[in-house]
Unconditional design. Structure first.
Length: 330
């Protein structure tokens, strides 16, 4: 499906990945409707910063409201469903909010898309649903083992979305990105936290466990993966990993950021940043063969190039000013 001139809805458009996806879709000629989470400050999140803001129809609302979701899906060809609560640490203290947003929100999208005859729904999953790897690289047949309330809510949302394909023929595809990073990412993620601590020239760089491995992907590559899943025929009802097929430890990432910033600051583990023991996902390494062979997707940005671009973005004072860097952000 060529997305040029198609009516496209992006939920979670005000967030990190969503705002980049909106920019990329506009660049490809899509007619984009963007959902921003309603707030009384009229804050549109990162949509306030995108250069193509005037070319996007922005609606503010709540994914948990089924009546609202039904309305915003009218006359839409493709839905990219990214709206979710994603901070893993917060899911330990407020798990019900994750069920309400991630599971109920997905139910609302599926029902509204079905009622409105949407032609393709890209539902966003997460590599966290796999838990610690039982085999590597992790392919789409890897067992699911949610090791946090967040990942449990996403597992439930994934299965709910797929049930709408099997029950009602909803043309849904599950996109399962591994660890995305880049400009605009929240301090709740390890790479922005490390960068800002380096740029603030802290006495120590504080981080959680340094030994887990992750498959980090620059945000533009993740967005390219989403778009390829929307464009490719005959992939409905399937799950696709989006990743680089490359793993690296958190400690190695910290060292690379230190080298890029030129700040030689000691790195130490901070107790408050550690997950509950059995909850830590030790290893995430993406097998990306399926999306490569079926959809022609290939990552274009190396980890070195992506980290340099991310550090450069955070170095700009107007960007850095948007972040509160004092203390640990849950």
């Amino acid at each position: 499906m060529d997305l040029k001139d198609k009516k496209v809805l992006v939920t979670g458009a005000d967030g990190f990945i969503g705002s980049h996806l909106v920019e990329m879709l506009v660049g490809q000629g899509g007619d984009v409707r963007a959902l921003s989470f309603y707030n009384s400050f009229n804050n549109l999140g990162w949509l306030d910063d995108i250069s193509c803001r005037s070319e996007v129809e922005v609606l503010s609302g709540d994914i948990r409201d089924s009546f609202f979701v039904e309305r915003i899906c009218r006359n839409v060809d493709v839905v990219f469903h990214l709206a979710a609560l994603i901070a893993i640490p917060y899911s330990y203290v407020a798990p019900m909010s994750y069920i309400e947003t991630n599971v109920k929100g997905t139910l609302n999208i599926c029902e509204a898309a079905l009622r409105n005859g949407c032609k393709r729904i890209i539902h966003t999953s997460t590599s966290e649903v796999y838990g610690s790897a039982r085999h590597v690289p992790i392919d789409e047949d890897h067992p699911l083992q949610p090791q946090s309330p967040y990942s449990a809510s996403k597992t439930g949302a994934d299965q709910l979305a797929l049930s709408y394909f099997y029950s009602f023929g909803l043309p849904v595809v599950v996109a399962r990105p591994f660890n995305t990073y880049g400009p605009r990412q929240s301090l709740r993620a390890v790479i922005p936290s490390l960068i800002i601590q380096h740029l603030k020239n802290k006495e120590y760089i504080e981080v959680g466990d340094l030994t887990p491995t992750r498959d980090f992907n620059f945000v533009e590559d993740t967005c390219r993966g989403f778009i390829r899943l929307a464009e490719t025929a005959s992939v409905e009802g399937e799950v696709f990993n989006i990743g680089s097929n490359y793993e690296i430890t958190v400690g190695e990432i910290a060292a690379m950021i230190g080298k890029i910033t030129g700040c030689r600051i000691p790195v130490r583990e901070a107790k408050e940043r550690l997950r509950p023991g059995a909850s830590e996902v030790r290893r995430l390494w993406c097998e990306n063969r399926k999306i490569t062979e079926r959809c022609g997707f290939k990552p274009e940005v190396t980890i070195e190039a992506g980290l340099k671009r991310t550090v450069e973005w955070f170095r700009e004072s107007r960007n850095l000013a948007k972040y509160k860097s004092d203390g640990y952000v849950i």
